[in-house]
Write a protein that binds this ligand. Structure first.
Ligand code: MRU
Length: 347
């Protein structure tokens, strides 16, 4: 059983959601408690809690915590305002809206019951969402590991580990499981500019788990592949369209294009809660744009670009399904044609 710190939980009295503040890692492992909706919004927006499954789980707990304060007559109007507000935090990961809508639908299906009863059910639903994610991640790790071999080295991008999900994670699951089983599978961890989820979070998680990992800059992937140092690319996903196009952290698509050139397979690992069958292709996936200060000055002791330079800071890109060798979900390994095979399993 994996020994990772619990990234999301309810506070013991249920009045707050408790998370690891991921912005402080790897320097400091600190837990914070969020009680009001503005603080919850800020936590998602500034990536204190991040990763598609994790923000869905977090938001589900938030709906429960907020609903505890609603009066009988205002229950559904306040629920709607808070659900819409939470969904508006970040647009790309489908898990956020999916889990909030699941909570809202449950409450609505109980209209007419006492608020205390509805709130109790919301609490159990948030726990169920969390438990389902942990189980899906375990299955994804197992299926993903079946694609790797003793002695392989993989390239990771962004962070798709326990911090971004629950327990094993998705993209990092096979590595963590391999380490647990004493297998020799190594990783090149790319930094993942501009927010450094690879350097700050993936390297931290892999080192803690005893996985042999080496940090590289994002622009070193081509050389690593040209020299035969990488046998597979493993990445998570924020929203997969019905044709297999995969939105993930900016730079995933670039790594996949390079991998195609060098004949390295790209595996996208995700729970079914990240698949959006209502979205036909990647072109319809909304891409979050963030503050250019992340590129210009964040992390530097002094700004590393001229003051006032224009910046464009999209947080995600879409990897074309043709660049993906296999999709790994809790239902196993899926091969092309993805439109047909995703529909069979999730349609
Ligand atoms: O902006 P972030 O850090 O939330 O982006 C996260 C990613 O892109 C992850 O790779 C994705 O959510 C999969 S996490 C299992």
């Amino acid at each position: 059983m994996l020994n990772t710190p619990k990234n999301i939980a309810l506070s013991p009295d249920g009045s707050a959601v408790r998370i690891i503040d991921q912005t402080l890692l790897p320097g400091k492992l600190e837990y914070i408690e969020l009680r009001d909706r503005e603080a919850m919004y800020e936590a998602i927006r500034s990536l204190r809690v991040r990763g598609a499954p994790a923000i869905g789980i977090f938001a589900a707990y938030c709906v429960y915590v907020l609903a505890r304060d609603y009066g009988e007559s205002e229950f559904f109007s306040r629920l709607d305002v808070d659900c819409d507000y939470l969904i508006s935090c970040r647009p790309t990961a489908v898990n956020l809206s999916r889990q909030v809508e699941r909570m809202r639908a449950l409450a609505r299906s109980m209209a007419g019951e006492r608020t205390q009863t509805i709130v109790g059910a919301l609490g159990r639903e948030a726990e169920a969402i969390h438990g389902e994610d942990a189980a899906m991640c375990r299955s994804i790790a197992e299926a993903g590991l079946s694609l790797l071999h003793e002695g392989d080295t993989v390239l990771t991008h962004c962070n798709a580990g326990p911090l971004a999900t629950s327990e094993y994670g998705t993209g990092l699951g096979p590595l963590l499981l391999a380490a647990e089983r004493g297998m020799d599978i190594k990783a090149y961890v790319d930094e993942t500019r501009p927010l450094l989820q690879g350097a700050r979070l993936t390297a931290w998680e892999l080192m803690n788990a005893g996985v042999d990992c080496t940090l590289i800059c994002d622009n070193m992937a081509a050389l690593a592949m040209a020299q035969g140092r990488v046998q597979a690319v493993l990445a998570g996903c924020d929203r997969m369209a019905a044709n297999g196009d995969a939105a993930n952290k900016i730079g995933t698509s670039g790594a996949a294009v390079i991998a195609k050139h060098y004949g390295v397979p790209v595996y996208i690992l995700l729970p079914s809660s990240t698949i959006d069958m209502a979205c036909p292709t990647g072109a319809q996936i909304p891409i979050e744009e963030r503050d250019g200060e992340e590129i210009r000055s964040l992390w530097y002791a002094r700004p590393m670009a001229p003051e006032g330079v224009k910046c464009w800071d999209p947080a995600f890109d879409v990897t074309d399904h043709e660049l993906i060798a296999a999709i790994v979900t809790e239902k196993g390994v899926i091969r092309p044609p993805y439109d047909v095979n995703l529909k069979k399993l999730f349609g």
